[in-house]
Ligand binder design. Sequence first.
Ligand code: FES
Ligand code: FES
Length: 169
Amino acid sequence: MTNESIRLHINGKTEQVEIEPNRLLLDVLRRDLGLTGTKCGCDDSSCGACTVLVNGQPQMSCLMLAASYQDAEITTIEGLASGNEAAELDPLQRGFMIEGGAQCGFCTPGMILSAKHLLATNPDPTDQEIADALAGNLCRCTGYMQIYASVRKAVELTRERQPVEAGTR
Ligand code: FES
Ligand code: FES
């Protein structure tokens, strides 16, 4: 099979990869680019562990041919923090740390990216909206309550981080 040269924009960085046209995005992220935060939980689109954001939308990377995403903007869990210090973690990452939303952690990157999309489109979701947004992400460990609490904590942390507008004090 002839390789194709594909350009992907991942976490704000442009990557050029030479790949066979049948390679899955999940595989290219993990093996070619070393972005192992994206997990392979089932390989048959039933667990959501491989979720990444493609042009802001959650997608299962185990279903996607990398070659179809020429020039797409892709965000993986590695792209969420703005630095290496805990203070610069995304509010969702902090929320999961505070509320114990990650136990073995295998589902966590996918959960966080699905939640990231939710909060981008609905910054103050109800409990039901959180549960609905994460319905495609399975967790074997937490029983989900801590995960939902982690998302609610992220909402709170985001609110605290926003500058108080003049005249509202
Ligand atoms: S690894 Fe993609 S849905 Fe499970
Ligand atoms: S924390 Fe272990 S699968 Fe979710």
